[in-house]
Design a binder for this molecule. Structure first.
Ligand code: 2BA
Length: 111
């Protein structure tokens, strides 16, 4: 059994969750934020049998796109009177960052 942790862009999350649930997988969506861009993204938790991992990753790959973002770094400390406008830096975000970890057990507890 595996726990798949997938960090995806918010724009891709809705369609991806729909596709995963349509294929019979259970998904938990958690709102998260990337440490670099400090923008909202989505983390999905998907517990699955080993044989389901590859089909799940295929669905993730099909629904997550690479996007280009431009980040303005902090302006350098300038000598008095000088101004250096920061040049935006191009960053490629996505498709998805996926961690596949061994899960000992998955239990749904009821009273
Ligand atoms: P962020 O940390 O906001 O990173 C967004 C994008 O910025 C990254 O896209 C990457 O292209 C770039 N980036 C991140 N750290 C960088 C650095 N130190 N220097 C230069 N560029 C950097 P992705 O690689 O597609 O990552 C998308 C999101 O996935 C990340 O958002 C973060 O939330 C998560 N993530 C990526 N790698 C991770 C890891 N090793 N552990 C945990 N979360 C990770």
């Amino acid at each position: 059994m595996k726990l798949i942790i997938a960090v995806v862009q918010r724009q891709d999350a809705g369609d991806l969750i729909e596709a995963l649930t349509a294929a019979g997988h259970r998904v938990t969506r958690i709102s998260s934020e990337g440490g670099f861009l400090r923008e909202g993204n989505v983390t999905l938790l998907i517990a699955a049998e080993d044989y389901q991992v590859d089909p799940i990753l295929k669905i993730v790959r099909e629904h997550c796109y690479t996007r280009t973002r431009y980040v303005s770094p902090l302006p350098p400390v300038a000598e008095s009177g000088e101004f250096y406008p920061p040049t935006p830096v191009e960053v490629q975000v996505g498709g998805a960052t996926v961690f596949v970890v061994r899960a000992a057990d998955v239990r749904r507890l009821t009273p």
